[in-house]
Design a protein around this ligand. Structure first.
Ligand code: SF4
Ligand code: SF4
Length: 469
């Protein structure tokens, strides 16, 4: 018995996809099938429609999503975000990280198996193409071992061509998110030499995707992805994970027809291992390599049905649920994470709701003091910069709020900001001397659009030093 335990524990000393000599062990997973896989397929269809379709969606002729990192221009849900809105992005990222942490504490790594683009592309697109061309897992193994005959050359070139094409489509889709489909059409129609840099980047990214899905595969999840590495700290005994019910399953043993099961329910068919895309045996417990794809649940349920035993030997469950038969509980840790999440989400919503369509910066012109003006007045010179975050031109009016005075633009009669653009210039603020309150008088200027106040700018007016300030 102790020898058996030592052997069983030996899985901890090695990586499932690396042999004793340190060479890669290629995984040939069996094609998954079952209720969960069908659900995952339905989700994938929706996901891929969204991924490939979003760059083509437009509102009033403008993309609904654009993540132009190069020009620092972002459109999310039809709203333009400029670098000035970066703090909203930063907070959005914090909310996202907390959400991922909370989600992982509660539901384990289900994101990896069901929503991560790497898994979706690998398991639901590239792997399916592979099944179509190379055949099932056993046929794939045979093909890998076989010499380079006509059949192998034909299958390999067909697969590589299909993988390359798909990688090219994915790279183009990512590019469409960055520069927009209109810009892409333009590039295609213009001479190649004009956009050589973009085409080289496209070729590089296509090659990277091709290499990832042809060669790297599960190594991305098990060796490279930092999220996978974090599981050890995020998961606890109450987290929902894909788990083998060892209490019910052990002692495992082969099933014999018409037997009255006197040992554990695991019939040691290894179907759960054969479908695993990361090549692990979930019966060894939670492992870093498990991406929670749930393929082993389907496989085991199918076997349980076949031998007339109840489903759920492998299921979504917490360690406490299996070890102590405890129902799932919303722990203090989960509550604390949820609270932080709700607060951050609230702040994010408030920032988005209070975000104005026009961004204004107003600063006194450097090196300029106050100027004496006729009529017992003084003036200060200011530089303004205005940003229009919408797709329509804006006409803005600046109105004194807390002072009697005048605002005069230099060289302009109206303050117009072009759509999705900026306007800058200089202006004078005139103030009655009686309004000046020492060295720095605080001013508030109302910003109006079509007679409606949209924001207030706070600045100061520089006056003469009167001995008290
Ligand atoms: S152990 Fe199961 S859930 Fe985990 S990766 Fe393998 S098949 Fe997917
Ligand atoms: S599929 Fe189920 S019954 Fe078969 S080896 Fe895995 S856990 Fe045991």
């Amino acid at each position: 018995m102790s020898e058996q335990i030592v052997i069983k524990e030996s899985f901890r000393d090695k990586v499932a996809t690396v042999d004793k000599k340190g060479k890669r062990v290629w995984v040939f997973p069996q094609k998954p099938e079952g209720k969960l896989f069908n659900l995952r397929t339905a989700f994938t269809v929706f996901y891929l429609l969204l991924f490939f379709g979003l760059p083509f969606l437009k509102v009033n002729g403008h993309p609904i999503f654009l993540i132009n990192i190069l020009e620092r221009k972002f459109i999310l849900f039809g709203q333009i975000f400029w670098p000035q809105d970066f703090f909203i992005f930063a907070l959005g990222m914090v909310v996202f990280i907390v959400f991922v942490a909370l989600f992982t504490v509660v539901f384990g790594r289900v994101f990896c198996g069901w929503a991560c683009p790497q898994t979706i592309f690998m398991e639901m697109l590239f792997r399916r193409i592979e099944y179509l061309i190379d055949g099932n897992a056993a046929q794939q193994k045979m093909l890998a071992k076989s010499p380079w005959n006509t059949d192998k050359i034909l299958k390999r070139t067909t697969k590589w061509a299909a993988f390359w094409l798909l990688s090219f489509i994915i790279a183009n889709t990512f590019l469409a998110y960055i520069i927009g489909v209109d810009e892409m059409y333009k590039m295609i129609s213009e001479p190649f030499a004009l956009h050589i840099g973009t085409f080289i980047s496209l070729a590089v990214f296509t090659t990277v995707f091709f290499f990832v899905y042809l060669w790297m595969r599960e190594q991305i999840c098990t060796v490279i992805c930092p999220y996978g590495r974090m599981q050890g700290v995020l998961l606890d005994r109450n987290s929902m994970i894909v788990a083998y019910d060892y209490k019910r399953g052990e002692t495992r043993g082969k099933f014999h027809k018409n037997e009255q099961r006197a040992i554990g329910d695991c019939i040691d068919c290894e179907q759960c291992v054969k479908v695993c895309p990361t090549g692990i045996d979930i019966r060894n417990g939670t492992q870093l390599e498990c991406i929670n794809c749930t393929a082993c649940i389907d496989a085991c349920n199918r076997m349980m049905d076949a031998v007339g035993l109840p489903q759920g030997l492998i299921r979504m469950a917490s360690e406490n649920n299996i070890a102590k038969n405890r129902p799932w509980v919303f722990t203090v840790k989960m509550k604390a994470y949820s609270l932080v999440m709700v607060v951050l989400l609230g702040v994010l919503v408030w920032l988005l709701a209070s975000r104005t369509d026009v961004g204004i910066t107003l600063m006194r012109t450097p090196g300029q003091l106050y100027q004496e003006q006729p009529g017992n007045k003084m003036s200060n010179l200011y530089n303004y910069k205005m940003l229009n975050k919408t797709f329509s031109e804006k006409e803005i009016e600046l109105v004194p709020e807390n002072f009697k005075g005048e605002i005069k633009l230099v060289g302009e009669t109206k303050l117009k900001i072009p759509k999705d653009g900026t306007a800058s210039g200089i202006m004078f603020v005139y103030l009655d001397k009686s309004e000046i309150n020492g060295r720095k008088t605080p001013l508030r200027i109302g910003v109006f659009e079509n007679g409606k106040k949209i924001s207030t700018i706070s600045t100061s007016f520089l006056g003469p030093f009167n001995g008290n300030n």
